[in-house]
Design a protein around this ligand. Structure first.
Ligand code: 5AD
Ligand code: SF4
Length: 545
């Protein structure tokens, strides 16, 4: 895990005409995987003629794509559902749907408690969403808006998709395959899923229960998707997987798993990135595409792609073959998000992470020796069950050793259904969790400041993502006018990222959004570089970051 770098809660906007004149509002919570799921759902519904609106009060269908990783993420959705319940008293025809991990985790119990919910759709069933909406609509018409049975498509924990299911045979694969390649929908950057689900079962985590067993998509599908995105103007692709570096596709082998025969399979990868068999699995023959092979294929076969990223990595599966391919291929970003979760071996064991802190440190040392300019990011959880002051200090020490450019610090949140919730006490009180959280943030902030300061005076390559939040707010205050900071061209503060995922702010023409530029860094803050557009930008000039 985990795909949460940029927590979002954003309305999606699109235009079109619905089957029954449907206006949809779709709001996304949580990780990048959810952002991609929402994009795919939008493509699918738009192709069916629905149109999307920005204001939920104007919508006929209100959808929340939810996250269950921490309780806090769920609370936001509960509060949205409260608002929409009041709205529904005046507008009983409005259809309300909960998509994603909360739907899967809470199941029908959620709809029983909250009668405003008309449909539930788990993350593994999103291809069925249009049918669910239509079914709710039809029954509502027949029953004159009287309360009808909730429409639900959920996998249920007892029906976890087997990892032996061929991705090509998986219905959900169609959702990824049917994505839109309309250039207007991608502002130069796109996500591409390579695996779904997770088999790690870290003791605190709901994802294996909500997203199901790990499935690897066929490499041909992935390469083709990247190629088509680049043809549509995309210059930066981020490959997504809960444990992205665990990607492994076994071509055409007859694999038996618990007595069943399947033609293709994604399988587990051993410690050093070497293929190993999943429990109960017998490989009869066939060729394997590893994650390193996949990176090399995309890099070589999609030459128009300027930047290839991937999130997020599972430390135990990080083989030298992956480092070698990153070192060899210049357009693969030297940026690695490597969640450690704790610096204490005792806690790593309780978390079921499958590695020791010494092994994690060795991995960082290997990365530093092969890719000295790589930037790292991390995740840690504080206040996990039985965490002592000593354990906490061990995590602070790990931050000092890892020197992440940024690290996400989470207070442990006990999640129903997880092993930790069932078997381990949530015994670190809230005040101690908060204090440890702040201490970890303070340690990290100093390191982030040093990492960012080291870029001052350098020229970095930046993919321009958007107008900065500050400039956007200023524009809004001026009633939407562009803030003219320059002489001839409209200039405003823009925001982008370096190859190493550092955030950069600089003044420029908004027309640069979606393109790659070079910026000379003038000053820095703990999480941001500030600079100016480099005067000359020869395409091949060396850059850092
Ligand atoms: N409590 C707190 N943090 C959690 N994470 C996952 N599950 C929990 C939980 N129950 C964090 C991990 C993971 C990130 C996405 O969220 O650090 O890497
Ligand atoms: Fe990540 Fe572990 Fe959760 Fe899998 S179970 S998504 S590896 S934290």
């Amino acid at each position: 895990m985990n795909l949460h770098n940029q927590p979002t809660s954003e309305p999606s906007v699109a235009l079109g005409r619905g089957n029954g004149g449907g206006r949809i509002y779709l709001e996304t919570f949580g990780c990048q995987m959810n952002v991609l799921d929402s994009q795919l759902v939008q493509s699918q519904l738009r192709a069916l003629g629905y149109r999307f609106v920005e204001d939920w009060r104007q919508a006929d269908v209100v959808l929340y794509n939810t996250c269950s990783v921490r309780e806090h993420a769920e609370q936001k959705v509960w509060s949205r559902l409260g608002e929409v319940a009041i709205h529904k008293r005046e507008q009983p025809g409005v259809i309300v749907g909960v998509l994603g991990c909360m739907a899967e985790r809470d199941g029908l119990g959620m709809a029983r408690k909250y009668p405003q919910i008309d449909l539930l759709c788990g993350p593994g069933e999103l291809d069925r969403l249009p049918f669910l909406i239509e079914n709710v609509r039809k029954t509502a018409q027949e029953e004159q808006f009287s309360r009808q049975a909730v429409q639900a498509a959920l996998q249920g924990n007892t029906h976890r998709r087997s990892g032996t299911l061929a991705a090509a045979e998986d219905r959900l694969e169609m959702l990824d395959l049917s994505r839109s390649f309309d250039p207007d929908e991608h502002r130069g950057s796109a996500y591409v899923r390579i695996t779904r689900g997770c088999n790690k079962f870290c003791s605190y985590c709901v994802v294996p229960f909500t997203r199901g067993a790990e499935i690897h998509r066929p490499p041909d599908h992935i390469v083709e998707e990247c190629r088509r995105l680049v043809d549509a103007g995309v210059v930066e692709i981020t490959l997504l997987g809960q444990t992205v570096n665990h990607y492994h596709f076994h071509h055409g082998a007859a694999v038996s798993f618990e007595g069943r025969q399947q033609p293709q399979v994604g399988l587990a990868v051993g410690r050093k990135g070497l293929p190993s068999k999943a429990k109960g699995e017998t490989i009869v023959g066939g060729r394997i595409t590893t994650f390193a092979d996949l990176l090399a294929r995309i890099h070589d076969q999609v030459p128009g792609l300027l930047r290839l990223r991937f999130v997020t990595n599972f430390p135990r599966d990080f083989g030298d073959d992956i480092l070698a391919v990153i070192a060899e291929k210049p357009r693969i970003c030297r940026y690695l998000h490597l969640p450690a979760q704790s610096g204490s071996n005792r806690l790593l064991e309780l978390m079921n992470r499958g590695y020791t802190v010494e092994e994690y440190r060795q991995l960082i040392a290997r990365i530093r020796s092969v890719l000295p300019d790589a930037t790292l990011a991390g995740d840690v959880i504080c206040g996990f069950s039985t965490e002592t002051e000593e354990d906490h200090q061990a995590t602070c020490d790990l931050l000092r050793f890892a020197r992440y450019k940024n690290c996400f610090v989470f207070k442990y949140s006990a999640r129903p259904g997880t092993t930790a919730m069932d078997r381990l006490p949530d015994d670190v009180d809230e005040a101690t969790k908060r204090r440890r959280n702040n201490e970890l943030l303070a340690v990290q902030s100093e390191i982030s400041a040093q990492v960012h300061r080291s870029f001052e005076g350098h020229t970095v390559r930046v993919f321009v993502e958007s107008v900065s939040t500050k400039a956007r707010k200023a524009q809004e205050q001026l009633g939407g006018q562009t803030v003219e900071l320059g002489w001839q061209k409209p200039v405003t503060q823009l925001c982008g990222r370096t190859d190493g995922d550092l955030i950069v702010m600089f003044d420029g023409d908004p027309a640069l959004i979606g393109s790659m530029v070079e910026v000379t860094v003038e000053r820095s803050a703990p999480l941001t570089l500030f600079g100016r557009l480099a005067d000359a930008m020869p395409a091949a000039s060396p850059s850092v970051g």
